[in-house]
Design a protein around this ligand. Structure first.
Ligand code: ATP
Ligand code: MG
Length: 309
């Protein structure tokens, strides 16, 4: 659905994007993650036809972003990181304005505006002025706006920034709903853990370079985190448990951490059952066996610190 090849953007001597390659499949939620100044907004603005790249190619649904801008703008709903100010406009006037800008028939506009208000849970606020809305509502209005022309692809630049935890959850639910409606969604954020459960794939960008792209499982595998398990036995049995586990050829390392053992397997596919069986057959009481969870935040830090090649 979105294909980016060798995309490069320079501002004078600064290279904001360096030969970026990305592939986003139809119906996917793709998380675009990176610190301030990484090049997220630059990439998204290029996809939305608002910025010309210095080199490289991008297409959406097979339509060339640089050459067929008009068609691309019909396909894409782009929500910028900052919304323009339209002080005196009422919510429905604001949305009708954009409906008109997309040449939607006057007769159909009302129905469409009501539809997107409903979807974004803003029906009650339709007669309020835009500047009287809370931050979270304004973000939802921004989303309502980009849905007006029923685009196949949504490009959302930090839609959850500045939202409180509850509003974040609501935003996440709304995005999932949009996914079930068949939209392809590219969403940027620095709040990594937030994207973790929502995204099918993530791309991590830093200083204009894509340093990782894949699924969360890929991140786990890359960092070798699927290989770690925490093993809990009664305190007096930890020594024996350590000996038994360390003697297994599938086990790479066993560390004692507080009251439990942190076991690193040779490879992520080793069955968890092996450790449990070994302990029980050794006459020990296995209290708990917990696979090590990794947060996207940690993965991100490790990846960006260059700890993983
Ligand atoms: N119009 C511009 N002129 C010069 N430099 C720019 C311009 N726009 C962006 N840059 C630079 O390009 C780099 C990438 O910026 P970009 O806005 O794409 O980052 P970002 O990942 O969206 O960051 P943030 O998380 O802060 O939104 C930064 O170094 C920025 O200073
Ligand atoms: Mg940005």
């Amino acid at each position: 659905m979105i294909e980016i090849t060798g995309l490069t953007k320079r501002y004078g001597s600064l290279t904001a994007l360096s030969e970026l390659n990305l592939h986003i499949s139809p119906g996917e939620i793709f998380g675009f993650i990176g610190p301030n100044g990484a090049g997220k907004t630059t990439t998204m603005r290029i996809l939305a036809t608002l910025l010309e790249p210095t080199a490289g190619k991008a297409s959406i649904n097979g339509v060339d972003v640089m050459r067929q801008g008009k068609q691309v703008r019909r396909l894409v709903g782009y929500m910028p990181d900052f919304m323009g100010v339209y002080d005196d406009l009422k919510v429905y006037e604001y949305l009708e304005f954009f409906a008109a800008a997309f040449n939607i028939d006057r007769a159909k506009r009302k129905g469409i505006v009501e539809g997107v208000l409903e979807l974004t849970d803003l029906t009650e606020k339709k007669a309020a002025t835009v500047d009287s809305l809370s931050r979270g509502m304004q973000q939802r209005l921004g989303l309502a706006r980009v849905l007006i022309h029923d685009p196949k692809v949504l490009i959302l630049d930090e839609p959850a920034s500045g939202l409180d935890p509850r509003a974040r959850i609501e935003m996440r639910m709304l995005l999932r709903e949009l996914k079930t409606m068949g939209k392809t969604i590219m969403i940027s954020s620095h709040i990594l853990s937030e994207l973790e459960e929502m995204c099918d794939n993530v791309g991590i960008i830093e200083q204009g370079h894509l340093i990782f792209s894949g699924t969360m499982q890929d991140i786990h595998a890359k960092l070798g985190l699927g290989c770690k398990l925490r093993v809990y036995v009664p305190p007096e049995q930890t020594g024996r448990a350590r000996e038994l586990l360390a003697s297994l050829p599938q086990v790479h390392q066993v560390d004692a951490v507080n009251e439990h053992l942190l076991v690193t397997m040779q490879n992520p596919d080793s069955p968890n059952g092996l450790l449990a069986r070994t302990l029980v057959q050794g006459g020990l009481d296995l209290l708990q066996l917990v696979p090590e969870q990794i947060k996207l935040d940690e993965a991100f830090l490790q990846l960006t610190k260059g700890l993983v090649q």
